[in-house]
Design a protein around this ligand. Sequence first.
Ligand code: GLU
Length: 448
Amino acid sequence: MKYQKEVDSFMYDVIQHNPGESIFHQAVYEVAETIIPFIIENPKYQGKKIMERIAEPERVILFKIGWKDDKGEVQVNRGFRIEMNSCLGPYKGGLRFHSSVTLDSLKFLAFEQVFKNSLTTLSLGGGKGGSDFSPIGKTDDEIMRFCYAFMSEIYKYIGADTDIPAGDIGVGGREIGYLFGQYKKLTNQFTGVLTGKGLEWGGSLLRPEATGFGVVYFMKQMLETRGLSLKGKRVAVSGFGNVSWGAVTKATEMGAKVITISGPDGYIYDPDGISGEKIDYMLEMRFKNTDKVKDFADKYGVEYIPNKKPWEVEADIALPCAIQNELLKDDAEDIIRNNYICVAEGANMPCTSEAVHLFQKAKLLYSPGKASNAGGVAVSGIEMVQNASHYPYKKEEVDERLKGIMSTIHSNCIKYGKDDTGYIDYLKGANIAGFVKVADAMLDQGIV
Ligand code: GLU
């Protein structure tokens, strides 16, 4: 690759400066591969250490969370908020409650969020937070006590114009409710400090569906670049949480057939397509605090394949919607062998770098999460607008705005990612389009 030496030298410093943070290194590398060459070819961005500054969080808050479980035993967890970049607006990004959460994984997510939020065209900086607390196997009361304890520390740092958390893995409407209740109690303020709120108390219509709907809107446009439509296409989805649920709902509604969903325990194969009541059951599973997709197979008598991933089935489209690095090189080889047309990321960085390079080499339609899953945070931005104006939008209005934003992101990916052969490198396009806005704002605001 042209400028490989410069990319390697940049990465050498990032690795020295952030030892042991391999997921963060991976995310920065995926951006550096396209942005370092872009900076070299665009003198305006040289000499200001812009990429070095974007890769350095503006602030990291790390704290202890003590709470008691139902047996009265003391539990200790670690909480984080990474305030990554505020050039475009207040820090914005979700909270993840999952056993895999570390400083490393949240720095990767916060870094990605900066580019994603920039792509939405809204005025949103980037941040991310969470805890290594896992709601799996916990009771509702335990989750409530944990959320209160988490908010008792984080409330000092967040605010409707400062830093606005939302949901992510392990944090949905229930958790946002408990977090909001505690914020209100501690500050005596009812503000739009969190997004993903309940509809009756400041939430936006379509916020729960937004990430998954956005992925499908984006994927539809990807197919259209090759003159294809979604109708009748077989879609393999991974995960069964919020993003998967939205994606399954919209893909089915638009005439595609979703034939898999998955969990850490394996996947289910439903050749007739997941629809109707089965989609609603995905929501119910969330409230069971389980991470086993087998439950779905038991209920509907569909095939359950333990310890395997969906990509081994024959399908046309892959939507990885579970978690980072779930789709490895071998899985990418399965996808290419099975002649999939399109891979659109619903999760954040679900494909490893090796997998992404294989997709690009095979000229598959491939989009990174920072572009295709930006619908969630985009509707969060729309929730903030509604909160600030104290005026709720209708469902159709939110949906139109979401479609418009996904379409703008798609056009920007083409603008910066289409090569001479006509192939669209969505990763390159998303990186450059996201970078330009942040970099220009940083140049305007000086060295702070
Ligand atoms: N967690 C979601 C994401 O990865 C949504 C963030 C938000 O709404 O602030 O983009």
